[in-house]
Design a protein around this ligand. Structure first.
Ligand SMILES: O=C1O[C@H](COP(=O)(O)O)[C@@H](O)[C@H](O)[C@H]1O
Length: 234
């Protein structure tokens, strides 16, 4: 179930996606006291978050929470929490209550129970979830053939601990916390935000046949519980 919104430019994509996010969150606030907005890290969503941060929504009633996190302290250069604080939780959106994933536990596996308990308290189903995708077909922190992937794809819990294989190129952090597949599809709306030809080609490959373990985005594309909207620009 993939509805595709293809744009000529990133500017056009951002304008449309900003408008759609505002409409979804506004509508959610009309229906209940608290809305929930689940956000990914990475680099792609920074301009979207910067734009949204300036919009006069009733942010005090919008719970912002992470889709995934590296098991690093807030303030670390690779922390998604810090990325969201710097790009989204500023200006008008600075009033939004925020829930991160990193806690004081030594490892993501040890921190899982506390993270799950905190996420269960968010307004559910989540009103809007922004997903990204890497060229390897990972989404959230569901990395190809990662330790913990099978559990993350099959558990009923919202969160899962993952050990991604360390990238020799980037020296990426291996310990991560992520929404599980059940957590991702526990959303009213799923947005998949990707840019560039390399990622579009990866998405087309993911839409073909093949194991979910090789390209975990397939688990999101193949489920039929929640519609997914692709926003893509070169
Ligand atoms: O590692 C991550 O990567 C994905 C994709 O990031 P991008 O910079 O290529 O858009 C992101 O969605 C995820 O939250 C992040 O932890």
């Amino acid at each position: 179930m993939l509805d595709e919104k293809i744009f000529d430019s990133r500017e056009a994509l951002l304008a449309a996606l900003q408008e759609d996010c505002v409409a979804v969150l506004d509508e959610a606030l009309k229906e209940r006291d608290q809305a929930s907005f689940l956000v990914s890290g990475g680099s792609s969503p920074a301009p979207l978050y910067q734009r949204l941060s300036q919009i006069a929504l009733d942010w005090k009633r919008i719970q912002v929470a992470l889709v995934d996190e590296r098991w690093v302290e807030p303030g670390h250069a690779k922390s998604n929490e810090t990325f969201v604080q710097k790009n989204l939780l500023q200006h008008a959106a600075g009033q939004a209550p925020f829930l991160g994933m990193k806690n004081s536990a030594e490892t993501a596996a040890e921190g899982l129970a506390a993270c799950e308990q905190a996420y269960q308290k968010l307004a559910q189903p989540f009103d809007l979830t922004i997903l990204g995708m890497g060229p390897d077909g990972h989404t959230a922190s569901l990395f190809p053939n990662a330790e913990g992937l099978e559990e993350a794809l099959t558990t009923d819990s919202l969160c899962s601990a993952i050990t991604a294989h360390q990238s020799e190129v980037t020296g990426e952090y291996t310990e991560r916390m992520t929404l599980s597949l059940a957590g991702i599809v526990n959303s009213c709306r799923l947005v998949l935000l990707i840019t560039g030809d390399e990622k579009l080609q990866a998405l087309r490959a993911a839409q073909g046949e093949g194991p979910v373990g090789d390209m975990p985005i397939r688990a999101v594309l193949r489920q039929n519980k929640v519609p997914v909207t692709l926003y893509w620009a070169p």
